[in-house]
Design a protein around this ligand. Structure first.
Ligand SMILES: [Zn+2]
Length: 244
């Protein structure tokens, strides 16, 4: 290719990149209720990977309700984890995290944290509806909430997810940064939890520090008087982004 053509191609690529919307990370908190000043929600993503039994058994032992965002991929690969969840549906609400953990950004070459997005809206629809079908097959309850892989969205994707009948679940406290944080860092983040917060953490990496950090951090929240609620019992409203 002649240099002038290479230059023109580069300019075109740059123009296209500028035209792509930047994905949005959604931040939400619980809609306040006068009677319950200190409610918080714990949400746990089951993206792909394995089942963190230590974490779920800790929640069961301490009767801490949580909302699990599971992909079809994770449900298919973790029959034991699924059996524990099914035995504890009084405590655990299972919602839709998609079929194959594809971020809700649309267009060729779009990526979030290095994970490729959807080529078009048809694929996004499939990701959402097949994820929901898999959750319902396991729990017998149709999910009402959706959280896309990476929790980042194109405005167009958010519109489509809502049109399909799902509410989109953001968060306000990132407790484990994708199960990459050490125990003390997780505890430290949970120390900053305040009424109305929606905590996000992960239950798909048993080798991480997530179960250990959450165990001590969540017990402290119980001691501080927080009441844990599931997303199927509440509504969310926009919140400021987390400090980190
Ligand atoms: Zn995920």
């Amino acid at each position: 290719m002649k240099p002038v053509l290479v230059f023109a191609a580069l300019l075109l690529a740059q123009a296209l990149a500028v035209a792509q919307p930047r994905p949005i990370e959604l931040h939400d908190q619980l809609v306040p209720q006068a009677t319950h000043a200190s409610r918080v929600a714990l949400t746990l993503d089951a993206c792909s990977g394995q089942y963190d039994d230590d974490l779920i058994q800790f929640l069961v032992r301490n009767r801490i309700p949580a909302t699990i965002f599971a992909t079809k991929k994770w449900l298919d690969k973790n029959p034991y984890g699924v059996s524990v969840i099914k035995a504890n549906l009084d405590l655990l609400d299972v919602e839709d995290h998609g079929e194959n953990h594809i971020p809700a950004v649309i267009g060729a070459g779009r990526k979030v944290y290095g994970i490729a997005g959807e080529p078009d809206i048809i694929h996004l629809r499939r990701e959402v509806t097949e994820g929901a079908r898999a959750v319902e097959a396991v729990t017998g309850v149709a999910p009402r909430w959706y959280r896309g892989a990476t929790a980042e969205y194109d405005p167009q994707a958010m519109d489509e997810i809502r049109k399909l009948g799902y509410r989109i679940a953001g968060f306000s406290v990132n407790a484990d940064s994708g199960a990459t944080l050490k125990k003390v860092a997780i505890e430290e983040r949970l120390q900053h939890v305040k009424a109305g917060d929606v905590i996000i953490a992960h239950m798909n990496k048993p080798a991480s520090d997530s179960a250990e950090g959450l165990s001590t951090g969540l017990l402290q929240l119980l001691r501080r008087g927080f009441v844990f609620v599931r997303l199927d019992q509440v509504d969310l409203q926009p919140a400021a982004p987390p400090a980190r």
